[in-house]
Design a binder for this molecule. Sequence first.
Ligand SMILES: C[S@@+](CC[C@H](N)C(=O)[O-])C[C@H]1O[C@@H](n2cnc3c(N)ncnc32)[C@H](O)[C@@H]1O
Length: 258
Amino acid sequence: MTNLGAGVRCVTGPAAAAAYVQEARLQRGVARRLATLWRCTMANRLPPGPRLDLGGGAGALALALASKGCPPLEVVDCSVSLLRLATGLQVRPWNLERRLPVAEPALLASNFALHWLSQPLVSLDQWCQALRSGGQLLLAVPTSGSFTSWRQAAHQAAVPWTGLPLPSAQQLQEVLATHLQLHHCSLLQRRQGWPSALAFFRHLKRSDLTGGASGRLGPGELRRLDRCWPRGLQGRVTVEWEVLMVVGEKSRGVVVPP
Ligand SMILES: C[S@@+](CC[C@H](N)C(=O)[O-])C[C@H]1O[C@@H](n2cnc3c(N)ncnc32)[C@H](O)[C@@H]1O
């Protein structure tokens, strides 16, 4: 991996990047949904200027937006291996813990990436501030209402919660409301079933969403967690996702005649 600075948590090699692309069905589905929302709300009012897919990986959101008629986005990500898979897209290796790579962007889009940053609320605030007048923000980010069954099982089994800390939807919305007019803001709920806790953790590890949540639990802890995990259809462990979906626009400044 190219060294883009300290504290960067990124997919490291070509094999991990390819595994992510294979596993990331939920992310691709949400990207398509976000692109459709954009098409229905703000497609006809995109101002000129830089357009970025932040933490864009292999470019799922940039591609989904292109399929809805959006002019090309540049995919910005710290994982060079993932960027190599963004075929046909303009890419830029970049650590988003730093400032944005362009000034006054016209469109900032980000799918399942903000929660990876060390201070999601601060980064979101910076993104909104950076937008040019009339600039657009498209955001999908998993929030703290996710993984309720996993949390419940961890509590009952008295094992540590090993998931990635997720930002609260309410706090994110407070930041957004300070800067943007929101054309769409909703919480998408998704429920998945996995054969076992271990199968779910293997999926997380391959899709590199939590840096491998099972790695920090011993075999005994994993067995206890699995036993306590609420079951759904056919005895599968239930995994809930809560994803904040936002389509917003920075108000256009009033032009005062000279
Ligand atoms: C779950 S993936 C989502 C990728 C893509 N947006 C999608 O929808 O498939 C999270 C992405 O955030 C990127 N990422 C995490 N931390 C980052 C950072 N500090 N700077 C830039 N990218 C980062 C990862 O490399 C990865 O591509």
